[in-house]
Design a protein around this ligand. Sequence first.
Ligand code: HEC
Ligand code: HEC
Ligand code: HEC
Length: 412
Amino acid sequence: MRRLFLVLAAALLPIAALPFTAGAAPDDYTQVERGRYLAIGGDCVACHTIPGGTQWAGGRGIQTPFGDIVTPNLTPDEETGIGHWSADDFYRAMHTGVMPSGAHLYPAFPYTYYTKVTRADSDAIYAFLRTLPAVHNAVDRDTLPFPFKVRALMLGWNEMFFRAGTFEADPQRSAEYNRGAYLVEGLGHCGACHTPMNWAGANDAARYLQGNVLQAWTDPNITDEQRIGLGSWSVDDIVEYLKTGRNARAQASGPMAEVVVYSTSGMSDADLHAIATYLKQRGAAGPAAPSPRPADDAQMQSGAVVYTDNCSACHKRDGTGVEAMFPPLRGDQVVQQTDPTTVLRIVLQGAQGAATDAAPTAPAMPAFSWRLSDQQVADVVTYIRNSWGNTAQAVPASDAARLRKRVADTAE
Ligand code: HEC
Ligand code: HEC
Ligand code: HEC
């Protein structure tokens, strides 16, 4: 995982180094710079670039339940990019998910969130995109199988699941809260990953930010909920995590490491503080805690043995861990998510925190896939989810087997 982080960090450098292209009048300079900043907040480049490819030139396949959708070229190339798009065309795409031709975009492009981006912010992003060097790169826009390839289907989807709208500030709340709301609900599209989806791949508004599972990662609950959400995190904990990818409680890995590298680490402290304030103050929401497994349950007993033999040296018998070395599992919200994918993944694959200058050799969590059977993995995970005050659903061996296969298929 450290490798992933470093590769991403290396990929990020060219963004910072992108020259301000001459041609824009000095008056436009602030608008372009604002657009550049807003594009970071929208995480656009992460999706619109093939890893290792030319920034903004598109071509990356975005996984959806219906097939991969390839991201288009956003450079101002006339033929293969958006060179012929006007600011109106651009706003219409951001606001309603419709191309200049009238054809519909798929919500793999998060227009369902970007719809809340103001016209002025959309224009600034557009102005910034105009300053990119034009890159000729034709991508296949037609990768979905029938019937999903029929873009007109999106008319029905939008009818059912989408309302174009502008952001409405809540006058009862502080300006900081409203700034956070604007960023999370709009540009940051945090809910695209952190909100459960329905059968049609649409985020379920009733369970906003209550957690999801995508691409074999658990996207945790990020409401202020105590057991599985950010209830025990302070505003500063959240800011530190979004800025650096880690804090004393957690490290960002997988898709969130990418969000941190491309997007949140480039945001201002004021905006991160606003996001954290919004997440803390918006309220707690999530499923009721299941009752804990009884200690004499067969899985709990077997899990306790596996834990003592394999885990307690680092995480301690009482699950409190060792400060700044081994994270506590007691009260840990990743451990208790309804969906156990990330916990299973960590036990099977291990985890290596990102090394930073402050901690050049971050302690690693060893992989146990070679050592523990599917049943033992399920038992120890069930045990840590239901000990020391933790409560979460028991995990069957079939879940461990499924993830073991998935992880083996997608090994780096
Ligand atoms: C989660 C991945 C993702 C992110 C983040 C993302 N996009 Fe996209 N975008 C896509 C995909 C996928 C498509 C193509 C959808 C389709 O073909 O229907 C797309 C299409 C577009 C289009 C339509 C272009 C065309 O030629 O049809 C525009 C404009 C666009 N994105 C702008 C942006 C901007 C600006 C941002 C950041 C504020 C952004 N995108 C962030 C995935 C993403
Ligand atoms: C591409 C999907 C994706 C997007 C977009 C995304 N996240 Fe995440 N987020 C994740 C995943 C996956 C994790 C779990 C990471 C892990 O287990 O290491 C996570 C973890 C987190 C955590 C830590 C929670 C915990 O309990 O450990 C916070 C806080 C967070 N995200 C906030 C945000 C915010 C704020 C945004 C929007 C600016 C956002 N995320 C956008 C996928 C995403
Ligand atoms: C050699 C010490 C060591 C052993 C043994 C060990 N771990 Fe870990 N574990 C770690 C470290 C270090 C981390 C933090 C890794 C990171 O995120 O970069 C960690 C992280 C975790 C996490 C993620 C916590 C979070 O909130 O992100 C879980 C769950 C976990 N370990 C469970 C286990 C289980 C179950 C076992 C036994 C099967 C085990 N560990 C054995 C060192 C260890």
